[in-house]
Design a protein around this ligand. Sequence first.
Ligand SMILES: [Zn+2]
Ligand SMILES: [Zn+2]
Length: 375
Amino acid sequence: MLDLIKLRKKLHTLAEISGKEIKTKSLLKEILEKFKPDRLEEMCGSLIAVFDSAKKGRNIAFRADMDALPVGESNVFSHRSKDPRTAHLCGHDGHSTTLIGLAEHISQNRPRKGRAVLIFQSAEETGEGAKALIADPEFKKLKIDEFYGFHNIPGCESGTVLYREGVFASASVGMIIEFEGKNSHASQPENGISPVTALTELIKFVQDVTAGKISRFSSKVLISIVGVKAGGRDFGVNPGDGELDLTLRAFENRDIKKIKELIVSKAGETAKKHGLQFNIRYLEEFPSVENDSGLVAKLKKICAKNSFKTKKISLPFFWSEDFAYYNKIGSAVFFGIGSGTDQLPLHNKSYDYPDEILSFSVSLFSHLYDLSDDL
Ligand SMILES: [Zn+2]
Ligand SMILES: [Zn+2]
């Protein structure tokens, strides 16, 4: 049996940012080759292993992300990242290790019908990885019916399975609003068109939307003002252009749509009022993760049968996950695995994946795989 803890620590040392998981993929590929999948290839930067029975049946996929954050860690242990600017502070090293553990299990219990697909996914943190895969014709040909994935959840009892039907994690998107006017000498504002008043009006509007003064939403929403730009320390110049950067967050996709419409409309109105041009762009778009009730029932059944601890979360998590994109092409379930009440929060500079949940996570994935193959 493969030493999963050793592998997890090795992956931790190799931490690479989203879309650049070169050494990580190479190591995973080398290990996967030993398990003799029927196909092992790269698609859109992700590594895909397929165990194919060549018989008609349900096609199921298990996904783990493998990217790290562009942030250095403060840990000094021997398996710290070799790159001082990049570290596995979200535990994707642990997720990938879990999927390798499942690959070993599948290699010894190959599917009798349908196919099992293992997705070692690139670029989760930027929302690019899953989005690219679901648009890829080669990936579509795998005709995956069911997708399974999980995230480790610090602050929750180690090994507890956190689940929820419907929305599990929130939708979010980065919104960039640019105003373009004309700069002028600071003593002659009448000769320019400054975006500053428009920006302040739009900021007030955004705060009113968040406070629920403009419109009602179906559930929790949040708009974070992450950046405001106009001019600089050039005291003789009135700025000619400006920018407002927002992160929109909501439990429901429809609320994100509504916030976008409200802000686009207000930005247009404000630009017109002040004689400015405006432009809007979106980045890092994550739909909400919506769990299929049938797959949640399957997860609960396995947990009950094996006396695994479970906890139903009352509200969705307010963070986002690009696993959400798999909802668009198949049934999907995403769940949490508690990583310990004393575990540091995700993205903390001293975070390190708790190896004690590795064998449990592999066992849960393996049970999900076994049950699907038995059906
Ligand atoms: Zn993260
Ligand atoms: Zn993560």
